[in-house]
Structures are given as structure tokens and as C-alpha cells.
Design a protein around this ligand. Structure first.
Ligand SMILES: *Cc1c(COP(=O)(O)O)cnc(C)c1O
Length: 469
């Protein structure tokens, strides 16, 4: 064995202890760590011939890189839609690296890791009150989940015309209908060879809504004259957390033949709360659903899952079968994750979620969701009260979409946001909503409290004064 590796091996307890201490140092100080950082690094780092050993590298990381890390798991990181690791999710994530299992086949050495993934999906179905007719698996994010689901949708469309697109390529135009698809679904259409511009934009409901207008949807369906199609619907749009009417879409299923996909990346978690589950009523009728765990489930990044109805498993295998590996056997008999999703080698990605669900239970996640909603409403109220801001849309769930009050301030919105984010006290993201420049604050993190809102409102008032708005 190489001598540096040997040294590290002998010293592993000490090394992991130091890494643990470092982690505790970061997590216990999150409140004070800035949410943004403008510093850069010289990326021309010279590769050391001999290697430094883990402890030396930990020192180097501490000196050069750790101080530049932003508090993205912290309570005032409100950009995008992102949670922050909980203690249990960190345990699961660390142990996934320690155990380093290849999570593929059920009937193989190390097969129990695939069963842990089954078990985790089963727990998630219980959390979200979805039927066991969905099978699921873990991928890196909602983008890959959308890709997996829409990949099977594409195969389904081909099968309706007696074609196998996976084998022979796409030989037909695939009608895709959507009202307010997330940018990642559009990207997915590009990756799947359907074409990012080749979808029909359905109207949204009149007024301040992003949800699909069911009448316009049906009008567009009729104009397809019975041709099958793919519908991409939303459970939680990123700007205003709007939801399509899933009961109405279920009714359309009785009349028309289509693949129904729901992007529920964060909004799916509305299902864990009595107060909010009405938003997803009827969603169990979908063919496929995308959900992100690194959002409202508050586990570390690169954790999402897809749910696809069991009746479509054969199509799913046609889409993703890793067919040039003969030792795999019959894919239906010998279940192997590599035949049903994009990746082949996979880590035990389910483990952080497994730990989280067992550790915090239904109540834990209900509390996180309901607390986020209360905080979003409170933030919306307080920012309106300052007299400097206005909401661009009503707050339906956990996302607050707002702007500087008055059209004359439109050109100051990005300057305001830059100044605000530069304080390092809070991080929000820019958006455009109904042709107006806006700002989004998304409440997802389990650590956020009313005190954080107070801190942020004060910062916002200060920036308003500084910029003479
Ligand atoms: C965040 C999000 C995505 C993309 O998720 P990633 O995990 O970043 O790939 C897709 N759809 C919706 C509705 C989202 O909120």
C-alpha cells in the first residue's frame, strides 16, 4: 500500500474525529456565517506529487476554502427552494459514504441496499399518502426525476402508435402540453430529443394564477383529434407555489388518452399537512410524479425521487434497460435499479431520507411544512407593512414573490436585491413574474424562525434607505 494511504488508514479515527469537529464548528455557527460570498479562488492549484495526507488537506481546506462556504443550510438562505441538512440526514449521508454500497440489484451481493431504497420509497408513500401502485427510485434532483418520468412518457407515446422509440429512435412528433412548466422540464424535453420548443403552452387561469386553465387544456386536447399526448402539470410553481387542479385533470383522463406527469418537486410536501393537503387532491391519478428531498425534506443536496405507476414498469425498462450487460438476466424477474433509471453505479442515495423519516416521523415533517407556511405569510405581511414593497401574488404556501412598490422602482429591483444579498444576512433570488421584475423568498429550511424574519426586514429597510428608494 502507498505509504500516505497507509498512514491515513492507521490514523482514520483521528481523521474522522477532526472532520466531525469541523462539521460541528460549521453547523453550530450557521447563524453568523454569511449567506453569500463574492470572493473567488485561484483554481490553478498545483497537484502535489507525494500527496499531503488527509489531515494536512483538512488544514488546507480550512485555510483556503472553508471560510468561503456560504450558510446555505442556514435559516436565512431563502433563494431557490432549498432546505438544509438536519442531524439525522447528515448521519445518513455520512454513512452512505462510509458503507459505500453499489445500489443496483436486489438479488446480488450488497442487494440489501436496493431493498433499503425500496423501504425508503415505501416510507415516502406513507408520508405523502400515496398508493403503493407507485414504484420509485432515487436520482440526483428533480431535473433527473423529470427526465426519468418523461423518458418513460416518451416510450409510452411510442407504444400507443406501435413504435419502440428506445430501440429505433423518435420517428413521430410527440405532442406535449404544459402551462407553467419548470425550466428543468423544458431542459428535459431538449435532452429527450422531443425539443425544448416543441410544447404547447396552455393558458393559465385568469387573474393572478399560474395554474392550468382546464377549459383551454381541453380545447387543445380536442384539437389533437384523439392523438395521445403528454401533459406536464405542476404541484407548486416556483414563483407563486400554484397548483393545477388535479381532480379536474383526473376527469379528463376518463375521456382522453395521455401520460400525466406532475412536477411536485417541493409542492408535493403539502400532502403532509392537513391544512395544505387539499392542494394535491387527486394527484394519485398521475402516471408519474417528481419530488425533491433536498427541498422540503431538508436532506443534503442530490436527493430526489421519481414515482411511476407500476403498470408502466415494462415501458420503464424498455426506456432504461442496460441491455448490453448479459449477466443481468430477465429484468422483470431480477429487479435492478440500473434498468429503470439513468444511472448504472449508484450510491445508497436513499439513506439520508431513510434516517430522516425514521428520526422525525410524520409529525416532524408536518411541523416543518406548517412552520414554513406560517413564516411565509408573516414575512409577506411584514414586508407589505414597511410601505416599500408589494406582493406580486398572494402567498399560497411557502414562496413569497414580491417587488419594490410602484412601477417607477422597477429598474431598482436588481440593485436592491444585489445590495440585500451582499449584506450576507439573507439570500433571495430574482425572478420575473407577469412581466414585472421581482424577488422570491422561499421558506423551506427547518431552522428558520420569526427572529430571522425580523433580522431580514430590518436589513431590507436599511437597504431601502441606502439606495434612496
Ligand atoms: C427545484 C425544482 C426543480 C429542479 O430541481 P433540481 O433538484 O434542482 O434538479 C424542478 N421543478 C420544480 C417545480 C422545482 O421547484
Amino acid at each position: 500500500m502507498n505509504s500516505v494511504l497507509q498512514h491515513d488508514l492507521n490514523d482514520i479515527e483521528n481523521i474522522l474525529e477532526k472532520a466531525k469537529q469541523q462539521g460541528i464548528g460549521f453547523l453550530n455557527n450557521l447563524e453568523n456565517i454569511p449567506t453569500s460570498n463574492k470572493e473567488s479562488i485561484d483554481t490553478n492549484c498545483h497537484l502535489n506529487e507525494l500527496g499531503l495526507g488527509s489531515l494536512e488537506v483538512l488544514n488546507e481546506f480550512n485555510e483556503r476554502l472553508a471560510p468561503l462556504m456560504v450558510a446555505s443550510p442556514g435559516p436565512r438562505y431563502w433563494g431557490f427552494v432549498t432546505g438544509g441538512s438536519t442531524p439525522a440526514s447528515i448521519v445518513g449521508d455520512w454513512l452512505a459514504s462510509v458503507y459505500d454500497q453499489n445500489t443496483q440489484a436486489v438479488k446480488a451481493q450488497g442487494g440489501v441496499s436496493a431493498l433499503i431504497e425500496f423501504e425508503t420509497i415505501n416510507l415516502l408513500l406513507q408520508l405523502l399518502e400515496l398508493p403503493k401502485t407507485f414504484l420509485g427510485g432515487f436520482v440526483t434532483g428533480a431535473t433527473m426525476s423529470n427526465f426519468t418520468c418523461l423518458g418513460v412518457a416518451r416510450q409510452w407515446f411510442g407504444s400507443q402508435l406501435g413504435k419502440d422509440f428506445a430501440k429505433n429512435g423518435i420517428s413521430e412528433t410527440i405532442p406535449v402540453l404544459a402551462a407553467t412548466p419548470h425550466s428543468s422540464s423544458i431542459k428535459t424535453l431538449a435532452m429527450l430529443g422531443i425539443g425544448s420548443q416543441n410544447y404547447t403552452v396552455i393558458k393559465t387561469i385568469e387573474g393572478n394564477r399560474e395554474a392550468i386553465d382546464i377549459d383551454d387544456l381541453e380545447k387543445n386536447i380536442r384539437s389533437l383529434s384523439g392523438k395521445p399526448f403528454i401533459l406536464i402539470s405542476s404541484a407548486g410553481t416556483v414563483n407563486t407555489a400554484d397548483f393545477d387542479d388535479f381532480e379536474a385533470i383526473s376527469k379528463l383522463r376518463e375521456k382522453y388518452s395521455f401520460w400525466w406527469h406532475i412536477d411536485a418537486a417541493f409542492g408535493g410536501f403539502a400532502a403532509v399537512s392537513e391544512k395544505n393537503k387539499h392542494f394535491v387532491k387527486g394527484w394519485e391519478g398521475a402516471d408519474s410524479i417528481t419530488i425533491d428531498c433536498h427541498k422540503w425534506l431538508n436532506v443534503p443536496y442530490e436527493s430526489a425521487f421519481y414515482l411511476i405507476k407500476e403498470q408502466h414498469t415494462a415501458l420503464q425498462i424498455e426506456t432504461f434497460q442496460n441491455s448490453n450487460a448479459p449477466y443481468l438476466g430477465n429484468p422483470l424477474e431480477n429487479f435492478n435499479y440500473l434498468n429503470v433509471l439513468p444511472e448504472n453505479s449508484r450510491r445508497l442515495r436513499a439513506l439520508p431520507v431513510w434516517f430522516s423519516l425514521l428520526a422525525y416521523g410524520k409529525n416532524g415533517f408536518r411541523d416543518i411544512v406548517e412552520n414554513s407556511v406560517v413564516l411565509a405569510l408573516s414575512f409577506g405581511e411584514q414586508l407589505t407593512e414597511t410601505g416599500n414593497f408589494e406582493l406580486l401574488a398572494p402567498i399560497r404556501l411557502n414562496n413569497v414573490c414580491f417587488t419594490l412598490k410602484g412601477d417607477h422602482n422597477q429598474e431598482k429591483v436588481s440593485q436592491f436585491l444585489t445590495h440585500l444579498n451582499d449584506t450576507g444576512k439573507v439570500f433571495m433570488t430574482p425572478t420575473v413574474y407577469q412581466n414585472r421584475k421581482g424577488i422570491r423568498a422561499s421558506f423551506v429550511n427547518w431552522r428558520t424562525t420569526e427572529n430571522d424574519i425580523r433580522i431580514v426586514i430590518e436589513e431590507m429597510k436599511t437597504v431601502v434607505l441606502e439606495l434612496d428608494i
